[in-house]
Design a protein around this ligand. Structure first.
Ligand code: NDP
Length: 243
């Protein structure tokens, strides 16, 4: 057994950016756990990635605390530590979404349950395993849509897009990044938010501009930062994004 092999968990990894992130980490030699809420879709994805390296399906619904706990027990038992945690699972719910004046509170709750509470739940549950690694990395897959700095910049077109629930969920996810990075500042762990750009995935009915393999690159960069890399930052392919 190769005990120096690094291990990664990617949530929502059966398709889109999570799937491509898992592929790229596997190609770099990580043992990659695909955290997927649907067993069938997860197993098919793991099979598709089998040629890329050591890829394993684990059942994981980020909205279900028991499912998250069970996944942590399984990964802890099989690989002992977690070098990389990628909080990628996300939803953009169309029904009830809108501007702040019209968005349905239930849509905010359902969106936050995956995009914010899900990431928080997974992070809290897996943190002990990340702390067992030599230099843990946590990546929150966020969006420039969550950037208040960008939102209020004069002429910014994002403010016209009626997706308050989704955008606010990413703002809150960014708060988790900043707070956790400060809490863990005296440890080797680095936690960052990244925006993967505009990718053609099911989330946006495949209307994004690039293939998710492109978007995954910045996620992988944050997942594999060296010791002198940033923590508590928010960046995309071009550099820092304002909070
Ligand atoms: P996809 O819709 O292609 O993938 C989303 C993934 O999240 C799926 O695997 C989905 O699983 C999973 N998921 C949803 N809910 C849960 C849950 N409760 N538990 C576990 N997994 C869940 O979207 P993308 O690949 O585009 O999105 C990935 C991340 O990137 C998201 O956080 C998104 O906000 C972010 N992002 C995307 C951008 C883009 O242009 N596409 C731009 C900026 C950020 P299932 O198949 O079972 O539904």
């Amino acid at each position: 057994m190769n005990t120096t092999k690094r291990t990664a968990l990617v949530t929502g990894a059966n398709k889109g950016i999570g799937f491509e992130t898992a592929r790229q980490l596997a190609q770099q030699g990580f043992t990659v756990w695909l955290g997927c809420r649907d067993q069938g879709r997860g197993e098919v994805a793991a099979e598709e990635l089998a040629d890329d390296g050591d890829v394993r399906f684990v059942s994981l619904d980020v909205t279900d605390a028991e499912s998250v706990r069970a996944a942590a027990v399984r990964i802890g038992d099989e690989t002992g530590a977690l070098d990389v945690l990628v909080n990628n699972a996300g939803v953009q719910i169309k029904e009830g979404e809108g501007m702040p004046s019209t968005v349905q509170p239930e849509t905010i709750q359902r969106t936050f349950d995956v995009n914010f509470y899900g990431a928080l739940r997974v992070t809290q549950t897996f943190l002990p395993l990340v702390q067992m690694a030599q230099a843990g990395r946590i990546v929150n897959v966020s969006s420039t849509m969550g950037s208040i700095t960008t939102l209020v910049s004069p002429g910014n077109p994002f403010g016209q897009i009626p997706v308050f629930a989704y955008s606010a969920s990413k703002t809150l996810l960014n708060a988790l990044t900043g707070w956790l990075a400060v809490e863990l500042k005296d440890t080797p762990i680095k936690i960052n938010s990244v925006c993967p750009g505009s990718n053609a995935t099911d989330l946006n009915n495949n209307r994004g501009r690039q293939h998710p393999a492109e978007g995954a690159k910045v996620v992988v960069r944050a997942a594999t930062l060296s010791a002198d890399g940033p923590t508590g930052s928010f960046f995309d392919v071009s550099g820092p994004v304002g909070w």
